[in-house]
Design a protein around this ligand. Structure first.
Ligand code: ADP
Ligand code: ZN
Ligand code: ZN
Length: 740
């Protein structure tokens, strides 16, 4: 035995590896790359990941051997990271120029980042039991008297071994499970740790649709390319049958004993999609989203690693699941901005999914009704295979979009006369209406009606949003709260009143205008309570409510078959923004909201209220559709050399004084970089937030390689910059939101 050293990634914001010694007693069995070890770092014990062993270490010679600390402990459990995963995470760290230790930190479930020993029990899952005659009659009565319980029973019956995490995500309660269990109809068991458990099972064929010609061509094209990397874009309006295409291509992958990873923007918001996967395949499905506890997260991780999960469905960080036999990745709603992490490690779930598919040499499918411009450009340049679904599946027809000019209308509480009339008619036909307003709270501001004093958050210089139910002013930028002042601090008047309208107020006003109608509001405030969202969605599908009011939460992925009218109250939001992506995002949002209408056999209608009905962007979108709009906009981006025709990195800096971040960023621009331009520094659109002043500097290059090289140079300049310690800075590669 001799001295042995390892280089490890430590969860600290530093862009380097650290060397430790492996004491002789810990050298057997041999230590491997990807192993988790405990090391002391500063005063703390932390979990580090072994990145290189012995001979691969070059730096040891320059270090004073005697000063090198020993690792404290090897965690001899089975949670090593595979070479493949270590390789992938290293690629991610390089691409985003992010500290490797922090990448691991974000990729691993919390329990694997703790030094204490893990006590792992197999997860508990539900099965149904064999029923005797008596229980059969109990079932019959449940079927008639408690439909929700019965649907739960049917689901468990179809999908044996379903976990509480899945059932909860689908909107079922512990109480419903307990009733069925007490009656002896279902039972809980520890999940068997079987590999390829789906091999022997029939991949259930029920609910399978007979594909349309368009769909069949896509499935065939993808099936042909299963054995290697290829990227497919499925561009199809909502309801055109994209999900059905995913399901049928997955079938082939699963039949080959491989796993599938499905990435969706927000799982909790789209339980219906999850239900379709559960109903289609009787294979172990694991979830990965923010509403899981630490043990459930670890369970998903383990199931992925040990091959006992056939399908992992999750939000962006599911891309880090250690799937061992991954055969295909699907990214649904690839345009959705929630796929991008907006703090610390700012990765884009779609982009690194493509990185992973390339690394593993497997196919990846991107789907959207409104593909991002980046993706469209990659499709038209031939990097991705482009597939289009033009028709809606089944016999539903496409919703028509029309504009309402608010200047020519009598307005009442934000509703035009024409819109009120249309709502009334739709309700009279017994159909549902969705009213979209992307502003929660009661009113976006309160002011003094005498002197027009506006009540602003001191830390952000932005108006407080008034929340009537709580009788509170809340700053939507920093979260600070305060009571509504009784008097104007400026002139002493007591005439302080809300200005503008948010969803909370709209709900109240609409209930007054349509007193006979049941109104429901869906936004972050009304669905804060656990389980509330799925309860409200269920009530909507049970037609308990006729009028649905919501923010962009309602624009995402839901199926509302009885909604035949969608009203967009304020369609102007992004028309005049400085951010070149604002119009793309506005178009996506409008088309996505429109996609909620008329999904069943009833035709849908979309009405957009606007003060600028002649605006070319709106006109183009309404008359020529998203595709045409995107093609036009891409021509403009190309002329202006904006992404996707160039590559950007955004350096953000903030401090308590405005001069610090400005000087810091300016000093970096003094020296020019080859083939790269600077824009800025400029104050961020929201210059002040939570008491900090924020500045931006954009670095832009014609190729990704040039950008990459410039960033390396920039980072080395930052390391010895005199302002560096006076500001907080962060780097955002391929930024998608320049507004903050
Ligand atoms: P998307 O994912 O594009 O929104 P879906 O796959 O959810 O579309 O399809 C919309 C609806 O049409 C679903 O209810 C689905 O069951 C149905 N559907 C999809 N493909 C077909 C088909 N080939 N034949 C009949 N119905 C279909
Ligand atoms: Zn006043
Ligand atoms: Zn604030």
């Amino acid at each position: 035995m001799s001295e042995q050293f390892v280089q490890v990634a430590v969860p600290v914001p530093m862009r380097q590896l650290f060397t430790y010694q492996v004491p002789i007693a810990m050298q057997t069995p041999a230590i491997h790359i990807g192993e988790r070890v405990a090391v002391s770092f500063g005063a703390r014990q932390v979990i580090a990941i072994v990145m290189a062993v012995d001979s691969a270490i070059e730096t040891t010679t320059t270090l004073d051997i005697k000063k090198i600390k020993s690792i404290s402990n090897r965690l001899n459990d089975s949670f090593h990271l595979s070479h493949s995963l270590v390789g992938f995470l290293t690629l991610c760290a390089d691409y985003y120029h992010h500290p490797i230790g922090d990448v691991f930190q974000q990729a691993l479930p919390k329990l694997l980042r703790q030094v204490k020993k893990l006590d792992i029990k197999p997860p508990m899952v539900w099965h149904n039991t064999e029923v005797n005659l008596e229980e059969k009659s109990v079932l019959k009565s449940i079927e008639t008297k408690a439909p929700k319980q019965f649907s739960l029973y049917q689901l468990i019956n179809k999908h044996q071994g379903i976990s509480w995490a899945e059932l909860r995500t689908l909107g079922y309660s512990k109480a419903q499970l307990n009733v069925l269990a007490t009656k002896g109809l279902i039972a809980e068991e520890a999940q068997e740790a079987c590999q390829f458990s789906w091999r022997e099972q029939d991949l259930a064929q029920e609910n399978k649709q007979c594909l349309s010609t368009e769909q069949a061509i896509i499935v065939a094209a993808i099936n042909q390319s299963l054995a290697q990397y290829s990227c497919h874009l499925i561009d199809g309006i909502t309801g055109s049958g994209k999900t059905e295409v995913y399901l049928q291509t997955m079938e082939q992958v699963l039949a080959n004993d491989q796993q599938v990873l499905v990435i969706v923007p927000e799982i909790g918001l789209t339980p219906q999609t999850l239900l379709r996967f559960e109903q289609r395949f009787n294979v172990p499905i694991c979830l990965h989203h923010s509403n899981l506890n630490d043990t459930e997260r670890l369970n998903t991780w383990l199931s992925a690693q040990q091959n006992s999960a056939a399908i992992v469905i999750g939000t962006r960080s599911a891309i880090f699941s250690p799937l061992h036999q991954l055969g295909m990745i699907i990214v649904d709603e690839e345009h959705d901005s929630s796929l991008k992490q907006q703090d610390s490690f700012r990765y884009h779930g779609r982009d690194i999914a493509i990185l992973r598919a390339k690394q593993l040499n497997i196919p990846i499918i991107l789907g959207s009704a409104t593909p991002s411009f980046e993706t469209l450009q990659n499709a038209s340049s031939g990097k991705y295979q482009y597939h289009q679904l033009r028709q809606r599946a089944g016999n539903s027809s496409k919703a028509k979009i029309a504009l309402i000019d608010v200047a020519k209308q009598q307005m009442e509480f934000g509703l035009s006369g024409m819109l009120k009339h249309e709502i009334k008619q739709t309700l009279a036909r017994g159909e549902q209406v969705l009213v979209f307003l992307n502003r929660r709270g009661y009113a976006p501001a309160i002011n003094c009606q005498e002197c027009h004093w506006l009540c602003e958050c001191q830390r952000c210089d932005k108006p407080y949003t008034f929340h009537q139910k709580q009788q509170l002013l809340i700053c939507h930028h920093c979260g600070s709260q305060k009571r509504v002042p009784k008097q104007c601090p400026s002139c002493g008047s007591v005439r302080i009143a809300p200005v503008g309208q948010g969803t909370e107020q709209l709900e109240q006003r609409i209930s007054e205008i349509f007193p006979e109608t049941s109104v429901v509001r869906i936004d972050r405030d009304s669905t804060r309570k656990k389980g509330e969202l799925s309860k409200l969605l269920q009530e909507i599908s049970d037609k308990k409510h006729q009028l649905l009011i919501g923010t962009q939460m309602l624009a995402k992925g839901h199926h509302f078959p009885d909604v035949t009218l969608v009203a967009v109250l304020d369609g102007d939001g992004a028309l005049f923004s400085f951010d070149f992506r604002a119009s793309e995002q506005m178009a996506q949002l409008l088309i996505q909201v429109a996609g909620r209408a008329g999904r069943a056999s009833k035709p849908g209608k979309v009405l957009v209220q606007t003060a600028y009905p002649d605006h070319p962007l709106l006109q183009d979108l309404v008359h020529n559709g998203y595709q045409h709009f995107a093609t036009q906009a891409l021509v403009e981006r190309k002329q202006a050399l904006l992404p996707p025709f160039s590559f950007q990195a955004l350096l953000r800096a903030e401090a308590n004084y405005p001069s610090y971040p400005e000087k810091f960023l300016r000093s970096l621009t003094e020296q020019a970089f080859a083939n790269c331009q600077f824009a800025g520094p400029v104050p961020a659109a929201m210059e002040k937030k939570a008491g900090k002043f924020r500045y931006h500097l954009i670095l832009q290059a014609k190729s990704r390689r040039e950008l990459h090289i410039a960033i390396l140079q920039l980072l080395s300049k930052i390391a010895d910059n005199e302002w560096q310690s006076k500001v907080r800075w962060s780097l955002d590669i391929d930024p998608i939101d320049l507004s903050w």
